[in-house]
Write a protein that binds this ligand. Structure first.
Ligand SMILES: [Zn+2]
Ligand SMILES: [Zn+2]
Length: 332
């Protein structure tokens, strides 16, 4: 890029999301400049509005320029990513495919504050961007970059094909978790606060549906329980009452600013496990994209324009819990 070019990114300014200018940096040898066409809107973006960072971490777009040593992408390719942006490459986590846990990682909200996928461009490091499989539309690939990667990572190493999996909540994460768990061969049981969502949950692949107020109606426990949404459920309902089977695993994907108060004696004598899933490391992320493309797993989306007005509409809908199921901002 000859002269530094200014382009818009969107960040929180006094509580609302505003367009602010930033400059495309001189690309490093492994950098890739992606012109954003679509970006998903995640609850984590809302959490970072008060901090003024460039928002967006579920981006998909077209490669417009590459650094001198980039070999994985060429101009015109589709690329996705935005949450996990770098890690050291040398530590035990990086060397074992768990690079998301690298102590030198760069992730959305922790560093790289003027680079986000709510913008005209996103600057990515080539090995932290992901090729979008053919047959997967960019508008559908966008929400997979965080929501899809998070639920796939939660399920793929936890669930065996013949097992029963419980999904708490049917939102951006939950509606993908139902589809992915079903395609992994599991029997899917959904727990929700709203009866309205029963038919859709079944269409996504659930074979049983319970309101959170009637969990005692379940007749056979689930081996894995994935908790989505922004609140923890009453753990006693699931753990003390045996809705989760012995030696079962709880995967909380909700990250409220609250303590996770688990019934200690039940945890011990029933052999419960808790594991987390902060998106996926890169290998799993690529696997997830191929898995979704080959099984026809697509998010149900609502589209908004990628500008201040569109972002305000999307943020409003997400905040009031009315998004069905993932918002996607589309560049004009
Ligand atoms: Zn996210
Ligand atoms: Zn590392």
């Amino acid at each position: 890029m000859a002269a530094a070019k200014s382009y818009p990114v969107y960040r929180g300014v006094e509580g609302t999301v505003k367009q602010t200018p930033t400059e495309i940096p001189a690309l490093g040898p492994k950098d890739v400049l992606v012109k954003i066409t679509h970006t998903g809107v995640c609850g984590t973006d809302l959490a970072y509005i008060p901090y003024g960072v460039a928002l967006g971490h579920e981006g998909v777009g077209i490669v417009e320029e590459v650094g001198g040593m980039v070999t994985q992408f060429k101009v015109g390719d589709r690329a996705g990513g935005g949450y996990h942006r770098n890690s050291c490459g040398n530590c035990s986590y990086c060397l074992s495919g768990q690079d998301i846990w690298c102590y030198d990682r760069t992730i959305f909200g922790e560093k790289d504050y003027s680079n986000g996928t709510f913008g005209e461009y996103f600057v990515g490091t080539e090995t932290y961007l992901h090729k979008i499989p053919e047959g997967l539309a960019s508008e559908h690939a966008a929400p997979l970059q965080c929501a899809g990667a998070t639920v796939y990572n939660a399920l793929v190493d936890t669930v065996k094909p013949f097992e029963r999996v419980g999904i708490v909540g049917i939102g951006g994460l939950g509606h993908l978790a139902i589809q992915i768990a079903r395609k992994l061969g599991a029997e899917v049981v959904v727990f929700s606060t709203s009866r309205d969502k029963e038919q859709e949950a079944r269409n996504f692949g659930a074979s049983e549906f319970y309101l959170l107020s009637e969990t005692e109606k379940i007749t056979k426990p689930v081996k894995t329980l994935v908790v989505t949404g922004n609140r923890y459920p009453d753990w006693d309902k699931f753990l003390v009452k045996g809705v989760v089977a012995r030696a079962g695993t709880v995967v909380p994907l909700a990250a409220p600013e609250a303590k996770m108060e688990l019934p200690a004696w039940k945890m011990f004598f029933e052999g419960y496990n808790v594991r987390s899933s902060l998106v996926a490391s890169r290998g799993k992320h690529n696997e997830m994209l191929e898995f979704c493309a080959s099984h026809g797993i697509v998010p149900v989306i609502e589209k908004f324009e990628l500008n201040e007005t569109g972002i305000a509409e999307a943020v409003g809908k997400l905040t009031s819990n009315k998004m069905r199921y993932r918002g996607v901002l589309v560049a004009s």
